[in-house]
Design a protein. Structure first.
Length: 263
């Protein structure tokens, strides 16, 4: 498939505002539409307001948000032994500890967390996301979204990927991913290594436009990434796998944009 064919009737579905830039910098200016999933973030109520301001100031048209509140799941999974489930990735001890902390805060009127707990809200978000995307996606689309290991390993990224994958099986559009990965998410990424031929498209990152968009996030106070982040020169795009690998021999994946997450 040529890059022009890949970008026909195309949409990026990104979990959080700035994900569309960080993982899709080569195509952000070229796709027909950009859909961001999560907006409000209960640990910091200012984040949702800032993200809404970014949408009004965005330097391209056809950018929207589904305005689903985040469940605040980051780092709640066991990334040393990740277990996937129908809602995304299985949350563990950290989610329960955060819930206990919020229950204590709620007793003294200091918790902004939604009731029900992080795991329950994460599951509810999957159903909301599935329902809203079902009305937006059609069989003729090229849908770009997170890879199945969530780039650097984010629970929300996994959820978005799995919701889109479920809809791909039902609707029949083409689902694409880019090639970012870290040491944290590599154990999960390796489950998708296989021996089948994997065609990919290599495109240069539009660093000028990426800097322009990043400045909008910084100006509105909701840039979540490192200030000294250096754009990769290229991104590779391939169709997302439909299942985990069961191949023998020497399975492999497309070349990865590997970077270090955290310390």
């Amino acid at each position: 498939m040529t890059p022009d064919e890949m970008l026909e009737n195309s949409v990026i579905i990104a979990a959080h505002p700035d994900d569309e830039l960080l993982w899709f910098g080569a195509i952000l200016k070229k796709v027909d539409r950009v859909v961001m999933v999560y907006q409000d973030y209960w640990p910091d109520p200012k984040v949702g307001t800032a993200r809404a301001a970014v949408l009004k100031d965005y330097p391209r048209d056809d950018v929207m948000s589904l305005e689903i509140p985040e469940a605040a799941t980051h780092s709640c999974a066991d990334w040393r032994n990740p277990r996937l489930d129908e809602f995304g990735i299985e949350l563990g001890v950290e989610a329960r500890l955060r819930d206990i902390k919020q229950q204590i805060k709620r007793l003294v009127g200091r918790s902004a967390a939604p009731r029900g707990g992080i795991s329950a809200n994460y599951k509810a978000n999957f159903h909301t996301l599935y329902d809203r995307l079902k009305d937006l996606l059609t069989p003729q689309m090229n849908v770009f979204t997170h890879n199945p290991w969530g780039e650097y390993g984010h629970e929300d990224h996994i959820q978005v990927y799995r919701a889109v994958d479920r809809l791909r099986r039902e609707i029949g559009f083409r689902q694409w991913m880019s090639n970012y990965c870290t040491e944290r998410s590599l154990p999960l990424a390796m489950r998708y290594f296989d021996n089948r031929p994997r065609d990919y498209v290599q495109l240069p990152v539009d660093t000028e436009f990426a800097d322009q968009v990043a400045d909008v996030f910084r100006r509105n106070g909701c840039w979540t990434w490192a200030d000294n982040w250096q754009w990769f020169p290229f991104e590779l795009y391939c169709e997302a796998p439909t299942e985990e690998s069961r191949a023998d021999g020497q399975p492999h994946m497309l070349p990865l944009n590997m970077f270090r997450f955290g310390h």
